[in-house]
Design a protein around this ligand. Structure first.
Ligand code: MG
Length: 414
């Protein structure tokens, strides 16, 4: 998926493509829950907030279309995110994917444009550090934030300590690391010739260039932030959580109600040569409704009510009506995906009450089948009610121009 950037400035590639072998559990660490949000999304948030950043490319895991689709949905609200793409076998291969997506999405990138590459598992990066890195990037100059080790550093060969190293001369590298666009492309092209070379950060990627080229490049040390933790083990996640909670503005902490109500409303006009689909079933012998998907107005109202109840926006944000993937699609898919969102947000659907307003056809005989279909899709015990009514000949529904639907749902915290 590629979205258009707004203006030219510094760009970021957030690499969240790892499989997280070192972190215990089935979930890759970039998707772990940190204060109610996936870990990688905190980095996206920091770059979105930073004024010097214009565009962000998020690199997700390869061979995992479900995770990628979820990342696309989760980043919809961040207008600086210009692409969400799949990464590669290694970190550098993922940076290659990110750089390629950036080139595609951004017209006229110049060689000197600053590109920041950031690990998606460093959720506590600050907009201040991002700006400091951007400031230091030049045509032949890269910028790397580092911190000084607090412990005494020893050199070890085998089982023997051979010397104590002056820790003032040592830096622990962090991200984001900043490289001008031209140099980044050159270094990635060079690495592709021997992609087995192990590269752990962009500093090492530039060091990997032929000596003559490398000699002309200055590596600027930027003072890193001790709180810019890289999450590798569960203890670091806990540490990040307590740091984040301390740092978070109280109003930023999402409030989770014990119970919530959501309201949904939708209208579709009649259109010739379309099937009439309501509540996931076909109503035979009647003109259908116009729409990008199957125009199931009842399901759309229900989806909007559910999204409203769990504070997750609206149907257009999650399933845009310009996305070819949703063309003529059965709206029960939206309901199924929305129920996943409801569950992920930690809620259970208790009850839904839906009113459908249509002068024609008479819908009462079809309500049991609709209820059946909705229950099957929702797939968890709840009370659902559907009512069909007319508007007594008044308004657009009365003039038989289309159908309207209203839905109210109640959810409870699990
Ligand atoms: Mg609709």
């Amino acid at each position: 998926m590629v979205r258009k950037p707004t203006k030219k400035s510094a760009f970021a590639i957030i690499v969240a493509a790892g499989s997280g072998h070192r972190y215990p559990g089935p979930q890759a660490k970039q998707f772990l829950n940190l204060c109610g949000q996936p870990l990688y999304l905190w980095s996206v948030k920091a770059f979105q907030k930073c004024r010097t950043i214009t565009g962000i490319v998020v690199v997700g895991p390869q061979h995992n279309p479900e995770a990628l689709l979820k990342m696309q949905q989760e980043t919809t609200f961040f207008d600086k995110v210009i692409a969400v793409v799949a990464g590669g076998e290694s970190r550098t291969a993922s940076v290659c994917s990110g750089a390629a997506a950036l080139t595609t999405a951004t017209a006229n990138l110049s060689n000197s444009d600053p590109i920041l590459i950031h690990d998606g598992v460093r959720p506590l990066v600050t907009p201040e550090l991002i700006s400091k890195v951007v400031e230091q990037i030049g045509l032949n100059q890269i910028a790397i934030p580092t911190t000084t080790p607090t412990a005494t550093v020893k050199k070890i060969i085998g089982k023997t300590i051979t010397e104590t190293i002056n820790r003032e001369e040592i830096g622990l590298a962090q991200t984001p690391q900043g490289v001008p666009y031209g140099l980044l492309c050159e270094a990635l092209d060079h690495w592709r010739k021997e992609p087995t070379t192990k590269i752990t950060d962009e500093g090492a990627l530039i060091e990997n260039l032929p000596l003559g080229k490398r000699a002309a490049i200055t590596f600027i040390n930027v003072e890193g932030e001790p709180g810019n933790l890289k999450i590798t083990f569960p203890e670091e996640l806990q540490q990040a959580e307590s740091l984040l909670l301390k740092k978070m503005d109280k109003k930023e902490v999402p409030y989770k109600p014990c119970q919530a109500t959501g309201f949904g409303y939708d209208v579709h006009a009649f259109a010739a040569e379309r099937k009439l689909i309501l509540g996931g079933i076909e109503i035979p012998g009647h003109t259908g409704l116009a729409g990008h998907s199957d125009a199931d107005v009842l399901v759309h109202a229900l989806v909007d009510a559910l999204l409203g109840a769990v504070g997750a926006g609206d149907i257009g944000q999650h399933f845009p009506d310009h996305d070819p993937a949703f063309k003529d699609l059965c709206s029960l898919y939206f309901l199924d995906q929305t129920m996943k969102i409801v569950r992920e947000k930690g809620f259970h659907l208790e009850a839904a009450d839906i009113t459908i307003v249509a002068e024609q056809p008479k819908l009462t005989p079809y309500i049991p089948a609709m209820l059946n279909m909705l229950r099957k899709t929702i797939a968890s015990p709840c009370q659902i009610n559907i009512k069909a009514t007319t508007s007594e000949g008044l308004g657009f529904t009365g003039r038989r121009e289309g159908i309207a639907a209203y839905a109210i749902v109640t959810v409870t915290a699990r």
